[in-house]
Design a protein around this ligand. Sequence first.
Ligand SMILES: Cc1cc2nc3c(=O)[nH]c(=O)nc-3n(C[C@H](O)[C@H](O)[C@H](O)COP(=O)(O)OP(=O)(O)OC[C@H]3O[C@@H](n4cnc5c(N)ncnc54)[C@H](O)[C@@H]3O)c2cc1C
Length: 313
Amino acid sequence: MTPIIIIGGGLTGLSAAWELETLGIPYTLIEVKPRLGGAIKTERRERFTLDGTQFIMEKYGAWDFLEPLGLADAIRSVGRYRDGRLAIFKDGTEMLTDALAARITHPVMTRMAVSSIGALDGGGFGVCLENGLLLQAQGVIVTVPARHISHLIYTLSAEAALLLDDYTYDHVVRVHLGYRADAFDPAVPVRDALPFKFLDTYDFPDRVPADHRLVRVGIRLDSPAMPDPAALIAEARTLIPTTVDPVMTWVYYWAEADPLTRYLPEHAVVMNRVDDLLPPQVRIAGSDYRAKRLEMQVSDGRLAARQVAAAIR
Ligand SMILES: Cc1cc2nc3c(=O)[nH]c(=O)nc-3n(C[C@H](O)[C@H](O)[C@H](O)COP(=O)(O)OP(=O)(O)OC[C@H]3O[C@@H](n4cnc5c(N)ncnc54)[C@H](O)[C@@H]3O)c2cc1C
């Protein structure tokens, strides 16, 4: 029996794996997609370094995890925000998930979805894969988006599953447009962009080629279904005061963008109740639950690893 199974290979699941490596506890990580990293995706196009998710991050205090991952010089401050700073990864946020993935020494199963988790009669847990295979583990760390979690934990606790069954998201697609700097006058306001979620322009030298400008537009969708990327680019272009064609375009779509339920006042109480309903050997962690910012996702994954490790001793 594997001591611990981690479900989901995004930032939280990879952080849990890193913690188990440090503790010397074997695990198996299962990820439904072909690559590790989850929603975090860095794309390089026409000398632009783009991020589909975290691009500019709020940074409060030291991020102690960077140095042991060899990333002490990987971020750069690009401004102040509240009582902290705004930071970017010089070479894209995927530097972090790549560094974590490089630390993995235990088995990883990609292109494999977990369909359910159940308690076994003789102790431990059965983790059922979509192909019917049943893996056994003493403990389980679940880091999948809330949209998928209900059916996964239903046989462990129907009440916990139902508490997370009605999770809502703001479906926002990130459209990236690269322009030559002389394509439009930055003094012309382009931010007054409702009903779009956001529109910002950047010229950070690490990420944007000299004499160019990056425009990032968040376009809200009515449903989680991916619309036509060309139509989204055309829609974004209506906001930008130029008829000059962009030199680069990239549309990043991830169905579970912007969890709204996480911001409800009662959400923390719901999560405490979910934790109480689940056995201590099964922990839920990740950005849809408690970990709102990048460093919280790292610490939430690591905390879940320590909790499950303690519970299976
Ligand atoms: C479009 C977008 C923009 C964002 N922008 C920001 C931002 O600006 N700032 C910020 O702080 N955060 C942002 N986030 C959130 C941030 O990207 C995530 O919180 C971060 O990637 C950490 O995620 P995670 O590991 O908790 O979850 P994820 O990255 O979602 O990882 C979960 C993993 O579980 C896998 N999975 C799902 N179901 C199964 C299954 N049944 N079996 C096996 N594996 C499964 C998924 O494929 C995925 O790889 C954004 C997210 C999105 C989607």
